[in-house]
Structures are given as structure tokens and as C-alpha cells.
Design a protein around this ligand. Structure first.
Ligand code: ZN
Length: 485
């Protein structure tokens, strides 16, 4: 509610919902805190909400209260840490954050917690959580994340499992957990400027998150498994998409994320503009005391051409930092959980006003040094976007002898409706070439990967579609990871 109130205030200038949120936060502040009720919320989320209230009102007490909730979690002084179905590790309340070293418990709670702690650290200068957050991030991205950016392998507690335990059919990977992971990674990026966080963000956005909502926006996934037998009712009693759930967190979370998406495309620092996501838009960005007016035009993720056009009437000095996504730098994600095995190195070409310039990728960005930009100046980016072949770390038992296909930021999957002989029966050849085609008829336009496969020893045609688009036609088998020979 606090986040909704802040968003409503920022969008409309009206205070009615904001005032309700403030009254509520003031009550929480009267009841909870050092020397008062020392309990912590059963489900983290208020921390990031309080930080937003602080940002918009300037009231220090909201930031202090957010910090209290972060610090008090796992602190046995003043509240009970006993293990139980809704306590202890399950809600990351087993030891103070500063001492934690791995991601445990319920994945949505965890993501919000880490995001809130990162906010508090950024705004208060507190450094006590930094090492823990870094260790936990590596624990997730190096050992506990799915190729889709989904987190939370274990259905029983909707949370993290042991290292490298990433079952596909029973993956929980809640839509909310994908969102929480994006919220956290964006905050880590803002603190550090490091591209690895936006790589996780983009991968999760286009795959683990986007799968959670149908094209029409009226049916949803709560868990987002990477495999389905077409029978098991994995989605809260449904095999397929569902219009609602008894706990409706995921659908309404989509409503939070989608309208906020424009805020993730760019970031600024002094005169520098970070272009982090390639999505068509028109933007006005504050660079010191000037405003950069920019438009972006692209067909991404279907192709890798992006055009940025300066719209300012007066010349404006700016440095551009163009993100080169992990898939274009041969890095699936930070760490060695996944790797490309196709031997390709996709090219990136940049031109300014038609003139090709050197593309020196440094720390994941191509920098266009500061210059005075004038109206209609054009920056063109061309990412080569071949079909990529991915394998997992050998300790991921579920993916042994299997391969996944990607193109651009999209992870692909095979569905039975396109592969009538069954998905589980398909075997791909590692050295085969797979072809990308754009089907302008399917769902109003969708990229496909096509090639050959074997069913037993019989050759057959093979088709994959983007993972986010699955379960929009007749229900059947689906898999991201396919047998390979
Ligand atoms: Zn949810």
C-alpha cells in the first residue's frame, strides 16, 4: 500500500492515498521499534515501502523504521527466533543479516528483504550488510538461479534449496520471486554501476517474470516451472494459466512491475546516461541541471538494432554508457552455473550519425565519451543475435545431458503443440545449426527457433518458442532443457 500510495502521488500529485499510507506508517512507528514491540514482519516488504515513503516525504523516521526492521530480523533480543513453519530460516529470521552467507527460506521474502537492506544501506551509509548481500547474491547467481532468472527451487516452502538443486518440473520460481529479484538487482546496480546486476534483471524480466502473465493480461502463473508433463496441476490446481489464486500476490505484483518498467530503462550519474534496457520509448532524463530528451526505437528482442535519437533543441553535453547484455558478451550470467557451448562471439557495432566507431566493451558497457549532442544526432547499435546453445554446470543433475536454446535475452522452450511427437522424446544434436524465424501470424508476431531433432532414431522437425509465450495454446508437454547427443 505504501508503494501504491507513493506511485499514485507521483503520478497524480494527489495526496489522498499517500495520507492514508502515512497514517498507517505512523501507527506502525508508534508500536514497533527499539524499546517498543521488537517483533519483525512475518513477510518482508514494509522495508522497501517505508524507504519509498521516506523518499517522498523526507521524514527520517520512516527510514529509521525500515532500518530497525532490517536490523531486528534475526536478532534474538526482543523477539522469538524459534524454528517453525513461519519462523527462523523460512523468513530469514535465524541470524542477523550481517552474519548470513547464503540464500535460505522463502524466496519472495528473501528478495524483498535483500532489496530493503540494499535501500537502507544506500541511504544511511550503513556498510554492515554489504559483505552478506554480496555473498548471498553470489550464492544465488552462481548456484541457485534458473536459466530463466527464476528463484526458489523447492515447492514445499516456496524457497531456496541446496546448491545446484534445480529441478525443472517442480521448480517453484514464483512470479513474485522473479519480481523481488529484479527489485533487488536494480538497487544493487544503482549502488555499484555493475552490469552483472542488470544482466540478471534483463534475463528475469524477459523470462522468469514475463512468463507469469498471459498476453491478454488476464491469466497468470504462480510458479513458473521449466518443464511440464501437460498433466500435473502445478499452478495452484491448474495445468496451465489461471485467472486468479486464493493468494493473489502474483497478479497484483505484475500490476506493480509493468507500469514501473520505464524507470528501469535508463540510469544517470552526473552527465552520464546508462542505457540499460533496449525498449522503445521517449524519455526526459535529468543530467545535473539539464534535461536530456531522448527517443529510443527498436524491435528488440526480435532483432538487435537500436536507434537512440537526441531530441533537445539546444546542444547538451552527455556521456553515453550503452549496456552490452550478457548474452552478447558470452556470459549467460556471472559465475559458471550456465555457459554457452556454441563457440560464437556475437558482434556489436556502434555508429554515431552514420559513422562507425570503435566498440571497446569495458565492464559490460560501451562508452561514448562526453560531447555536446545536438538535435537529431543518432546513435545506432547493432547487436548480432544468433541462436545460442547453453549447458549447465555438471552438478545440476536435472540438466545433465541436456541443452537449452536462447536468442537475445529470450530463453526458448519446446511445446508439444509444435512438436506432436512429444517434447520429452526429442533429442537435439549439439553441433546442429538452429534457425531463427519470425512468425508474423502466431500471437500477432513471435520469434521461433527451428531445426532438426531425433525421436528415438527417427529424424523429425523441431520448433521452440520463447519461454514466456508458453501455455497460450493447447496444453501439453513443455521443456526448456532438452536432451542432447
Ligand atoms: Zn506471488
Amino acid at each position: 500500500m505504501y508503494e501504491a500510495a507513493v506511485a499514485h502521488y507521483q503520478a497524480t500529485g494527489e495526496r489522498n492515498l499517500l495520507d492514508v499510507a502515512i497514517k498507517n506508517a505512523d501507527l506502525i512507528d508508534q508500536v514497533f521499534g527499539s524499546g517498543k514491540n521488537m517483533g519483525v514482519p512475518g513477510h518482508q516488504e514494509i522495508e522497501i515501502g517505508l524507504v519509498k515513503l521516506y523518499r517522498v516525504t523526507g521524514e527520517q523516521k520512516y527510514l529509521d523504521l525500515a532500518k530497525f526492521f532490517v536490523d531486528q530480523r534475526g536478532n534474538a533480543e526482543g523477539h522469538d527466533l524459534t524454528e517453525g513453519s513461519h519462523a527462523g530460516k523460512y523468513q530469514q529470521d535465524h541470524m542477523p543479516l550481517a552474519q548470513q552467507e547464503e540464500a535460505v527460506g522463502h524466496a519472495v521474502r528473501a528478495g524483498y528483504f535483500y532489496a530493503g537492506a540494499t535501500d537502507v544501506a544506500a541511504l544511511t551509509g550503513e556498510t554492515a550488510y554489504d559483505q552478506a548481500l554480496d555473498k548471498i547474491w553470489k550464492d544465488i547467481v552462481h548456484q541457485k538461479i534458473y536459466l530463466t532468472g527464476g528463484i526458489g527451487a523447492e515447492r514445499q516452502h516456496e524457497g531456496f534449496g541446496p546448491d545446484y538443486e534445480l529441478p525443472n518440473a517442480t521448480a517453484y520460481t514464483e512470479t513474485c520471486a522473479a519480481i523481488a529479484l529484479m527489485l533487488w538487482n536494480h538497487r544493487l546496480f544503482l549502488r555499484s554501476g555493475e552490469v552483472k546486476y542488470m544482466d540478471v534483471f534483463e534475463r528475469t524480466l524477459y523470462n522468469g517474470f514475463l512468463a507469469g502473465v498471459s498476453f491478454e493480461g488476464n491469466t497468470f502463473f504462480y510458479p513458473n516451472p521449466l518443464e511440464s508433463d501437460g498433466v500435473t496441476k502445478f499452478n495452484q490446481g491448474v495445468c496451465g494459466r489461471s485467472p486468479w489464486f486464493s493468494t493473489s500476490c502474483c497478479p497484483v505484483n505484475v500490476v506493480r512491475l509493468m507500469p514501473s518498467l520505464p524507470g528501469y530503462i535508463y540510469a544517470t550519474k552526473g552527465n552520464a546516461v546508462y542505457v540499460n534496457l533496449y525498449i522503445g520509448n521517449r524519455a526526459e532524463l535529468e543530467l545535473g541541471d539539464q534535461t536530456l530528451k531522448l527517443s529510443q526505437s527498436t524491435n528488440y528482442p526480435w532483432d538487435g538494432r537500436v536507434e537512440l535519437t537526441i531530441q533537445n533543441e539546444e546542444n547538451i553535453p552527455a556521456t553515453f554508457k550503452l549496456r552490452v547484455p550478457g548474452w552478447a558478451r558470452n556470459e549467460v550470467m556471472s559465475g559458471d552455473l550456465y555457459r554457452y557451448v556454441d563457440g560464437l562471439s556475437p558482434s556489436v557495432k556502434i555508429s554515431v550519425n552514420g559513422e562507425t566507431i570503435d566498440t571497446n566493451i569495458e565492464d559490460g558497457y560501451i562508452t561514448l565519451e562526453k560531447r555536446a549532442w545536438k538535435q537529431n544526432d543518432k546513435i545506432e547499435i547493432a547487436f548480432d543475435m544468433p541462436v545460442r546453445k547453453v549447458v549447465s554446470h555438471e552438478l545440476v543433475a536435472a540438466n545433465k545431458g541436456k541443452m537449452a536454446l536462447e536468442r537475445g535475452p529470450l530463453v526458448y522452450c519446446a511445446e508439444e503443440v509444435d512438436n506432436p511427437e512429444g517434447v520429452q522424446n526429442l533429442t537435439l544434436a549439439k553441433e546442429d545449426a538452429f534457425e531463427y524465424t519470425f512468425d508474423s501470424e502466431l500471437f500477432g508476431g513471435l520469434g521461433k527457433i527451428e531445426g532438426n531433432a531425433l525421436v528415438e532414431s527417427n529424424p523429425t522437425a523441431f520448433t521452440a518458442i520463447p519461454y514466456y509465450a508458453w501455455a497460450h495454446r493447447e496444453i501439453g508437454e513443455m521443456a526448456v532443457w532438452l536432451k542432447v547427443r
